[in-house]
Design a protein around this ligand. Structure first.
Ligand code: GTP
Length: 361
């Protein structure tokens, strides 16, 4: 209802996450671990911090992963409901599927953006302009992979262009950040039962019909975690303080790192801050974890091994003397003794790397 603060959000969480393969072959992108918590837990923390506690997840691909990781999210202080497309219906189709559960003014978020932006300020902006659809816009150095949004002087959206061809970008440098505040009634305009893109179809139609749509430019932290490089960088941003940590990693804060319970460390083993070490991790003699490393639960890091700037999922085994630098390692990977895994390498869950192997990108 007009004038009431929004309390609802729809999160789009049904994409296949092709850019994040092979990691997303084993786990849906919305719940890949970020500082040892399912990614969406960070987004839910942001929403809860702004009073948004009724959240609907629009799922499709690997929905069971999402349910297993988040459940009803009561432990995160929100109420989570799931709507599931049997066939993926695109970003607009996913929202349409959730629309009957919404009322009033509702946030719609892509389930792969990490941001600490002030959603309450977005609500205030929406109200002050009499907007019915507000798009969070962010500035990025390279606009090409994103949707460009051109504004009138008063902030009203003039044009919406999804991923324009090279050379066609024009003057706009503000891109669609994948977070919207909308009149729930508008969602019912999206046709049911077919693939619809919110970016290419829904917004252009609203603008063509003269519905008041505004762009809200905000300067908070924002990153799309949808590629392996961005997924790793987002965790460094949190560890090194470029992004506000709304949900700290599990574990106890010790000397600038987070250490989970039940682990062991042999003589000379070191955790160099900032780092995150999961529960029950075994560190061999003289092993080094960090700086900038995240090690998942139940990992075993062999003697003299070094893990720096790398993200390891659960149950990874790193052999004696192996070196892992700035890479991403899926769950249950076994890395042989004296192997070297270099910057930008991404290892699929379950991979086995023989000893003395060198992997570079
Ligand atoms: P890429 O394949 O790597 O582009 O990833 P993606 O499949 O996640 O697509 P994209 O990054 O464009 O999606 C933006 C957001 O919409 C993500 O949070 C996706 O989970 C979500 N999404 C994409 N397609 C669908 C869909 O068909 N249904 C639902 N419910 N969500 C979707």
């Amino acid at each position: 209802m007009a004038g009431e603060r929004p309390v609802q959000a729809v999160i789009l969480a049904g994409g296949q996450g092709t850019r994040l393969r092979p990691l997303t072959l084993a786990r849906a992108k919305p719940v890949v671990p970020l500082l040892n918590r399912p990614f969406l837990a960070h987004q839910l923390a942001l929403l809860r911090g702004h009073g948004i506690t009724d959240v609907i997840l629009a799922c499709s691909y690997r929905v069971d992963d999402v349910r297993a990781a988040l459940g009803d999210a009561e432990h995160l202080g929100v109420r989570l409901r799931y709507v599931v497309e049997t066939e993926p219906l695109g970003t607009g189709g996913g929202v349409r599927n959730a629309a009957d559960l919404t009322a009033g003014t509702v946030f719609v978020l892509n389930g792969d953006i990490l941001t600490d932006v002030d959603l309450s300020a977005m609500v205030a902006f929406h109200g002050s302009r009499g907007s019915r659809a507000t798009i969070f816009l962010t500035r990025v150095p390279d606009t090409r992979p994103y949707g460009l949004v051109e504004l009138e002087a008063d902030g009203r959206v003039r044009r919406f262009r999804e991923k324009p061809a090279a050379g066609e970008a024009g003057a706009a440098d503000t891109v669609n950040a994948g977070a919207y505040l909308l009149d729930a009634a508008l969602l019912k305009r999206i046709p049911r039962g077919r693939v619809v893109s919110i970016e290419r179809e829904f917004f252009p139609a609203l603008i063509a019909d003269g519905v008041p749509c505004y762009g809200w430019c905000a300067s908070g932290y924002w990153r799309d975690i949808g590629s392996p490089a961005a997924y790793r960088a987002a965790q460094l941003d949190l560890l090194e303080g470029r992004a506000r940590m709304l949900l700290p990693p599990p574990g106890e804060r010790r000397d600038g790192s987070w250490i989970g319970p039940g682990g062991t460390a042999a003589g000379g083993a070191r955790v160099v801050a900032p780092a995150v070490v999961g529960a029950r991790v075994e560190l061999g003699a003289r092993a080094q974890v960090g700086p900038g490393a995240v090690v998942g639960d139940d990992a075993r890091i062999g003697p003299d091994a070094r893990v720096e700037g790398a993200v390891l999922w659960e149950r990874v085994e790193v052999g004696a003397g192996a070196v892992l630098l700035e890479c991403v390692v899926g769950a249950d990977v076994k890395i042989g003794a004296l192997a070297r895994v270099g910057a930008g390498v991404v290892l699929e869950s379950g991979a086995v790397i023989p000893e003395r192997t060198t992997l570079t990108r």
